[in-house]
Design a protein around this ligand. Sequence first.
Ligand code: FES
Length: 212
Amino acid sequence: MSSSENSATDVINFFIDGQPVAAEPGWTILETARHHHIHIPTLCSHPAVTPWGSCRLCVVETRYGKRVQVIPSCLNPPVAELEVFTQSERVKNVRRWVLEMLLAECPASREIKKLAAAHGVTATRFAITDPEEECLRCGLCVAVCNEVVGVQALTFGSRGVKKVLETPYRVPNNACIGCGCCVSVCPTGALQKRLDTVRGDLSRRTGHGFAH
Ligand code: FES
């Protein structure tokens, strides 16, 4: 049976950095790499929520026949016989470029600085809009609040470069149960300071809008 004829229940055999690996149907390249203890750096990916590919740090190079691509590993499933490279020169270059963009986007984040430095990036050529910004706007906090906690206390306002993390209608949100899930998944440390803005004054809660 050829690779394109694999049934939906077959494991998918492919290669990561030359190592043979097997993916369960439905797994992404990133999930397979994690399962086999192969490290791919990520920021916006969390196993508890649907991936949506906002940070682009998880890029890998893939080769399938003559087709060579650089793609986000958290969004793409493997196919049989695919070759994936997590440390090629091309991947390292794209990763450094992504980290420079992230440094410009949230220059006050110690986590991003640390991560960038670990990849040899200590400065950015991109314009910094707000030197105090720590939020990457990766959406992980919004996703975990929505998909895991189920209270939708957070959202994004505006679009494009003006996109900002906020509560619906920009008021402290009584739906927030103060669980701290958003803080714990935040990859840049931005939400630690913002939690009180999101949930408001706990002593004045009415109880309406809490998750049950
Ligand atoms: S982890 Fe894949 S795009 Fe962020």
